[in-house]
Design a protein around this ligand. Structure first.
Ligand SMILES: NC(=O)c1ccc[n+]([C@@H]2O[C@H](COP(=O)([O-])OP(=O)(O)OC[C@H]3O[C@@H](n4cnc5c(N)ncnc54)[C@H](O)[C@@H]3O)[C@@H](O)[C@H]2O)c1
Ligand SMILES: [Zn+2]
Length: 367
């Protein structure tokens, strides 16, 4: 088993990573100083696949456990669903010593994490990510949150999990689009700080990733976890280096918001956002032609959804201004100076952004 520490003083915790580890959930839980009562929040898809097994493992360890499913999909990351969860927790007598386990992708992790951060002023929380996005990114680092109809992740809290259990076997049931979405976050780490990982991904395009051997995949997940853990340890509250993790996200979130969170998976929108940010990096003379060509080639192999209808310049820039990362109305982006080297806080003017959106539209139209 790989154990990757996330160093945060008294709130430090471990990421446990091993194929088949899900079967040991109850036993692993028992190794931590956590209460006897557990509420497993999951989505209906994951519930059908893995709910019974989670409950069995927790009950076998002598714990009082219940499963609470929410609908699958981004729309569950809402105050309305948080409210339903609070009600269920109150009605079933979940107390301050209890633990919430998030069993699912980033949606469940963000929602369950936010509920854990706020219920009874905060109770313990464990992450059990079942998507690639969750395993390399969202389950680590303690950002939890909900969407507001005016924007994504506008409501939230920092609440670190007590441990993170990663079992790559969950990914065997993941549909291809979800793989692509996770692969985009993996590529993000490569672009912002790991040229070697980028070269590895070039040799393993997303079409082939489904058949990637388990050991290689586990290695890549561990590698991404280490990068995220090191960034979070250094800058938990995003006052500096953690901003780099937003590469591709300011534009990606705008695409998600403008299309009502329905057309693109998170990672797919981020992949378009990374392409636009790399394009802007080249336009600003920060990124040379050769690395730009490699980035464009790799992202083009992603088979992203190409329908950008309705993604007009005005709507996108307005959504970007509402993003929590904009300051005083000025849109600032993470840009690249090379593969594996990112620079944060780069200002982007409206005219420049319009040209970048124009570039995306022409790519999407297949030219
Ligand atoms: N908190 C953070 O730091 C952070 C980081 C990145 C992303 N996020 C958030 O995460 C969300 C995206 O997460 P996601 O991509 O995991 O989406 P998701 O949670 O919606 O999961 C994607 C789909 O896969 C299904 N699924 C999950 N596990 C499965 C499995 N093992 N087999 C089959 N199907 C499975 C789900 O039911 C869902 O339909 C976004 O809301 C994003 O904002 C948060
Ligand atoms: Zn992301």
């Amino acid at each position: 088993m790989k154990i990757i520490p996330v160093e945060l003083g008294r709130r430090s915790y471990a990421i446990y990573l091993k194929s088949g580890l899900f079967g040991e959930l109850g036993r692993l839980y028992r190794r931590h100083e956590l209460g006897e009562q557990v509420a497993v929040i999951t989505d209906r898809t994951v519930h059908k696949l893995y709910g019974a097994q989670a409950l069995r493992s927790l009950k076998a360890a002598g714990l009082r456990a219940q499963l609470i499913p929410v609908p699958a999909g981004e729309s569950s990351k809402s105050l309305a669903w948080a409210d339903r969860l609070y009600e269920r927790l109150i009605r079933t007598g979940v107390d301050r010593e209890a633990t919430i386990i998030a069993l699912g992708g980033g949606v469940v992790g963000d929602l369950a994490g936010f509920v854990a951060a706020s219920y009874l002023r905060g109770i313990a929380f464990v992450q059990l990510p079942t998507t690639l996005v969750g395993q390399v990114d969202s389950a680590i680092g303690g950002k939890t949150g909900l969407n507001h109809r005016l924007g994504k992740n506008l409501i939230g809290a920092y609440h670190q999990p007590r441990f993170v259990l990663i079992d790559p076997e969950f990914l065997t049931s993941l549909p291809p689009g979800e793989w692509r979405s996770g692969w985009a976050e993996v590529l993000k780490y490569a672009l912002i700080q790991d040229a070697e990982l980028f070269a590895q991904l070039e040799a393993l395009p997303p079409g082939k990733v489904l058949s990637a051997d388990a050991e290689l995949l586990t290695g890549i997940i561990a590698h991404c976890c280490r990068i995220k853990a090191s960034i979070v340890s250094e800058d938990e509250r995003e006052a500096g280096r953690r901003e780099l993790l937003n590469f591709g996200h300011t534009i990606g979130h705008a695409l998600e918001a403008v299309t009502g969170y329905r057309r693109f998976r998170h990672g797919e929108a981020v992949a378009w956002g990374m392409l636009a940010a790399a394009w802007l990096s080249r336009e600003q003379g920060l990124l040379a032609q050769e690395p730009w060509g490699r980035i464009e080639r790799l992202l083009s192999s992603f088979e992203l959804p190409r329908d950008l209808s309705g993604c007009e310049d005005e709507a996108l820039t307005a959504a970007m201004r509402r993003d929590k990362k904009s300051r005083g109305g000025q849109i600032r982006l993470v840009l690249l100076s090379d593969i594996g080297q990112a620079i944060r806080g780069q200002a982007a003017g409206d005219a420049e952004l319009r040209r970048a959106f124009g570039y995306l539209r022409s790519r999407a139209a297949g030219s």
